[in-house]
Design a protein around this ligand. Structure first.
Ligand code: DC
Length: 664
């Protein structure tokens, strides 16, 4: 079964995030530490599925890896030797573990098997295998030719002059060869035969090899030479930079949601190419600041009190393949069309990312054109609510969280896939985004919550949801169509089909204005009956969520704080004694359909009416509080507001005070 995460509509973004360690750096560092001479202590290592796979792999190979605190490891290097000469490694879907380990183990003189998840077995590896075979490596395809899983046997390794590798499919092949080259006893010259993609990742590789004392001679991007006799030397203590690709989601949030949002752990001196995502965001109009170890993003300059909008760009994204996905979602919030080019590598990543991105962007209303190596996105006039599929791709899940700024919130299916590189992504995201605020006011019938809620909404300029009216409308519609009040499935169907429009005090049902009938005691009793049916409540949920729009919502009902808006910023349980409520209802009725009769009514009848109202109210309280689904209750975190002895104005002030108390 699919699990999902519902993100509420977001109003703004503001705050600071400490980034988790970079995946690319973490996995390279683990392997280089294992290959080097001496002991390396790595701090700030990323904890994620991909780094777990590398740690598992090293463990299986007999490397001594010791955990020395949270995110810190001490690794005993083997100077190119692995204690276990025979092992089977399962590397999940971690490309940054699979490719370099293939290269290193192919030259390490042991008998190894490397496998991964099904998707890993669909990701091409022939270019790397061919290059390694030209060094004499004995590698066999255990499944489909050209793809993992792989079998490796000891072989006589010798460098036959130059080895060639293609650079067009994945830069990880070159990274793998570079990192493994010192294991060969002769000079190794690696020549890149076509256009090299994702060059910044090669810079990371070279930079880190240098950190471990390995000098690579290079001729631009065309060839690289590692001299015979080179040995990795442990630098002792090393730190992992924050992940620049992960930074992109937060920076984009700042650019879309106002900002500023600041990420800590990467800065202007970062060795990660994805920091250049900031240039793309800047080209879209965002304001970026870069410090030594931090970056911040703010939306385009303000027009009046509202921040400006991003604008579409046409960009070659070869240098930022991963962060470019974030730009595709930013395009939803930009004026005009955005074209992202030179992204063919997206097709062979965790999923076919061009196809996945196009499919999901269309769900929220965008017009998307996809080509072999580009994607073109034109945003919709209004971003729609959708359930986003994530294709077991962490970046899909993280990118699409930004859709929640579109006004309707978003549902992310299988959100746990973020564990590949950022297990607590959604919790960290929640720290820097501010949802559209909701003031939830629950309480029994005739407690005055409707009047109070409307006035609070008016005072704050917020939208107002009278959720009871939805149940009343359903009861009315059912009675008009002769549907029994216990026909759960038919009622649920009716609930999802009915068109409801609120305009000031007027309420429209299927485009027909509904009159005072909605407020009658008979309708209220029928509403209370249909409201006890779980399928009916479920069917009305989306309709209620749709009321949550900027700048905020005041919602009244029975289960606003417990079920419909459990993340409401303010939760009020508004009540009054049953007698006070019966009295208020009586006065309300006198003001409405009974108004003309009051003069003619004698005292006995008036008393009888009041008694009947008290009984009805008590019976409805009983039904609303005792039902099994979404019963009326004062949830934890809700403040009790007893209005028995309060005027409406006093009650309104009390709610406003709770709301204003939230502000820092
Ligand atoms: O608030 P009201 O009197 O208009 O509500 C009419 C009925 O609808 C009430 O008896 C119970 C039901 N209701 C509900 O179950 N959940 C809500 N959120 C609002 C109303």
């Amino acid at each position: 079964m699919t699990s999902f995460l519902d993100l509420p509509p977001l109003l703004s973004a503001h705050g600071t995030v400490r980034l988790p360690g970079s995946k690319s750096i973490s996995n390279r560092m683990l392997l280089l530490a294992a290959l080097s001479n001496g002991v390396t202590e790595i701090r700030d290592l990323l904890h994620s599925d991909d780094t777990e796979r590398m740690l598992d792999g090293l463990h299986t190979l007999g490397v001594a890896v010791e955990s020395v605190g949270s995110h810190a490891y001490r690794i005993q290097g083997g100077a190119g030797n692995f204690p276990n000469k025979k092992a089977a490694l399962f590397l999940g879907n971690a490309g940054t573990a699979f490719r370099p380990l293939t290269a290193v183990l192919a030259l390490a003189g042991g008998e190894y098997q490397l496998s991964g998840v099904a998707r890993m077995h669909e990701r091409p590896i022939a270019d790397l295998v061919d290059a390694l075979r030209s060094l004499g490596a004995d590698i066999t395809y255990l499944g489909v030719e050209g793809f993992p899983p792989l079998g490796i046997r000891p072989a006589a390794i010798r460098s036959a002059g130059k080895i060639s590798v293609r650079g067009e499919v994945s830069s990880q092949f070159l990274t793998a060869l570079l990192m493994a080259a010192p294991l060969v006893q002769q000079d190794v010259v690696i020549e890149v035969v076509d256009e090299l993609i994702s060059k910044p990742y090669i810079e990371i590789t070279l930079n880190m090899m240098a950190q471990f004392g390995m000098r690579v001679e290079r001729n631009g991007w065309a060839s690289f030479t590692v001299r015979a006799g080179s040995v990795y030397q442990s630098p002792g203590l090393v730190f992992v930079e924050g992940d620049a690709s992960s930074a992109s989601y937060f920076l984009a949030a700042g650019a879309i949601g106002g900002g500023s949002v600041r990420v800590e752990g990467v800065g202007k001196n970062s060795i990660q190419g994805d920091v250049r995502f900031t240039e793309a965001l800047q080209a879209m109009g965002a304001r970026i600041e870069l410090g030594e170890n931090w970056i911040s993003a703010t939306a385009p300059a303000e027009h009046g009190s509202i921040h400006g909008k991003l604008r579409g760009i046409d960009l070659d994204c070869n240098h930022i393949p991963d962060a470019a996905m974030t730009l595709a979602v930013c395009a939803l919030f930009a004026e005009g069309t955005t074209t992202l080019r030179n992204i063919a590598s997206w097709r062979v990543k965790e999923t076919d990312r061009i196809h996945a991105m196009a499919t999901e962007l269309r769900k929220v209303g965008a017009t998307v054109e996809e080509g072999a190596d580009f994607i073109r996105i034109t945003p919709p006039a209004k971003i729609l609510h959708a359930a986003i599929d994530t294709y077991d791709d962490h970046r899909m899940a993280m990118c699409f969280s930004l859709v929640a700024f579109g006004g309707a919130g978003v549902r992310i299916n299988d959100p746990q896939c973020v564990a590949k590189t950022f297990p607590d992504y959604f919790a960290r995201f929640a720290e820097v985004v501010q949802p559209v605020p909701v003031i939830a006011i629950d309480g029994p019938s005739a407690s005055g919550k409707g009047t109070v809620a409307q006035q609070v909404a008016q005072a704050l300029g917020f939208h107002y949801l009278d959720s009871g009216a939805l149940y009343r409308l359903l009861a009315l519609a059912a009675q008009r169509q002769g549907i029994a009040l216990n026909a759960e499935m038919r009622l649920a169907q009716l609930a999802s089909e009915m068109q409801v429009r609120f305009e000031g005090a007027d309420i429209w049902l299927n485009e027909v204005l509904v009159g005072q009938e909605l407020r009658s005691e008979q309708t209220a009793a029928a509403a209370s009956t249909v409201a006890a049916l779980p399928a009916v409540r479920a069917a009305l949920l989306d309709k209620q969520h749709a009321f949550r729009r900027a700048p905020g919502l005041v919602a009244d009902g029975r289960d606003m704080a417990s079920v419909v808006f459990p993340d409401a910023q303010v939760k009020i349980f508004l009540t009054a004694s049953a007698e006070a409520r019966a009295e208020r209802r009586y006065k309300q009725l006198m003001g409405n359909e009974l108004g003309l009769m009051e003069k003619e009514m004698n005292a006995t009848i008036a008393t009888l009416l009041q008694e009947t109202l008290l009984k009805e109210i008590s019976a409805r309280d009983e039904r609303d509080t005792q039902r099994s689904v979404a019963p009326l209750q004062q949830v934890v975190g809700a403040s009790l507001l007893d209005t028995t002895n309060l005027t409406v104005a006093q009650a309104v002030q009390a709610v406003l005070k709770s709301y204003h108390a939230l502000k820092p």
